[in-house]
Write a protein that binds this ligand. Structure first.
Ligand code: CP3
Length: 344
């Protein structure tokens, strides 16, 4: 099958596809019993990420069950800080923990960019397995965290409600903060480039905490790093499509694709689909943006909301997705209902 027949690649090239292609953030995850079984077999989350056969298996599970148009590599945005020398572990029921970076010495102590491949080579192997095993019509998406979001975890050592420690460092010691952002920008280019060389057909940049950057800080720490990463990737891999997800960017969604060179902007569910059709889709493909709660609550509202979003974005290129990841309490049957509402 030629690449142009893959629905996601057509939408990313600016084509209106009817019905829209669909995949879900966190589609390989704890809401699926087969994921929980493979995760138990791996022992823990990081072992699952670093065991290519098992990481490929959980990536394929939602494709087998639902026939999504894209598979997203199973890994985590925090593997890159680990590859740069941070300690990383996951506390069950709580989330990630990392050693913290609080000053310029902490940034200087990170490993050189080239060293990341020593840790991340199993991820590239997962990508190679997936390119062999995925159905011909399924697009393989690689990903990384955007520098700001990854920095928030490296500075605080954990997830935080307001990214306070990262804001404090960028205001209190801008030289150290900028040095960290530069290291992360360079390492992200190398990491995504290696995923593309291994077979990723699209890459996505997750800036989950972009919404906490206000005013000029948004342009400097969300837009500019995305622009630099996308320019470097496209110089090395001409034509590689990139999806950018500046979550909760609000009005900053307007013009984000133009400013960064992204082929698609992923929308969170705090913005209206009608608003996005008028202000964001005018620049190209958009992805999103059903509220993940509907995958828990289901019913007629799930169907109605799904169809409302499909209709609102039917005038241009659209990839259907949720506004954030599907949650562990989602009902796997609701994914079937959503797909039926999209595909008929
Ligand atoms: O299916 C997919 O989407 C691909 C795999 C993927 C994971 N994490 C697997 C995962 C992707 C793309 C991510 C991205 C990621 N990781 C982000 C950005 C997207 C977002 O959600 O905003 C962030 C911020 C992280 C960091 C991270 N990883 C946190 C905060 C947590 C704990 C919260 C949670 O959901 O448990 C993780 C763990 C994680 N990453 C899980 C999965 C499936 C759950 C781990 C488990 O199985 O116990």
């Amino acid at each position: 099958m030629s690449e142009q027949t893959k629905t996601i690649l057509r939408a990313l090239a600016g084509e209106r596809v009817d019905p829209p292609p669909v995949w879900l953030m966190r589609q390989a995850g704890r809401y699926l019993p087969e994921y929980r079984a493979t995760r138990a077999q791996a022992g823990d989350f990081l072992s699952l990420c670093y065991t290519p056969d098992l990481a490929a298996e959980v990536t394929l599970q939602p494709i087998r069950r639902y026939g999504f148009d894209a598979a997203i590599l199973f890994a985590d945005i925090l593997l890159l800080p680990q590859a740069l020398g941070a300690d990383l572990w996951f506390v069950t029921g709580e989330g990630p923990r990392l050693s913290t970076i609080t000053d310029a010495a902490g940034v200087a102590a990170l490993k050189p960019t080239e060293a990341i491949h020593d840790t991340l080579s199993p991820v590239y192997e997962t990508v190679r397995i997936l390119r062999r095993e995925l159905p011909a019509e399924t697009t393989l998406i690689g990903f990384a965290g955007a520098p700001w979001t990854v920095a928030t975890y490296m500075i605080a050592g954990r997830g935080t409600p307001d990214q306070g420690p990262a804001h404090a460092l960028r205001e209190g010691d801008p030289a150290a903060f900028d040095a960290l952002m530069e290291r992360l920008t360079a390492a992200t280019v190398e990491y995504l480039s290696a995923q593309i060389e291994a077979g990723a057909e699209v890459v996505k940049l997750f800036d989950s905490w972009a919404g906490s950057l206000k005013g000029d800080a948004f342009a400097r720490y969300a837009t500019e790093p995305a622009r630099a990463i996308i320019a470097a990737l496209k110089a090395r891999h001409p034509g590689i499509p990139v999806i950018a997800f500046p979550r909760e960017a609000g009005a900053h969604y307007i013009g984000f694709a133009r400013a960064t060179g992204a082929d698609c902007v992923a929308l969170d569910n705090s913005v209206g689909a009608d608003w996005a059709a008028q202000h964001v889709q005018t620049d190209g493909c958009v992805q999103g943006n059903l509220d993940p709660r509907h995958m828990v609550t289901g019913g007629d509202t799930l169907v109605a909301e799904t169809q409302r979003i499909v209709r609102a974005l039917a005038g241009g290129p659209h990839i259907f997705n949720l506004g954030h990841g599907i949650t562990p309490d989602a009902d796997p049957e609701n994914v079937h209902r959503m797909l039926e509402a999209i595909r008929g």
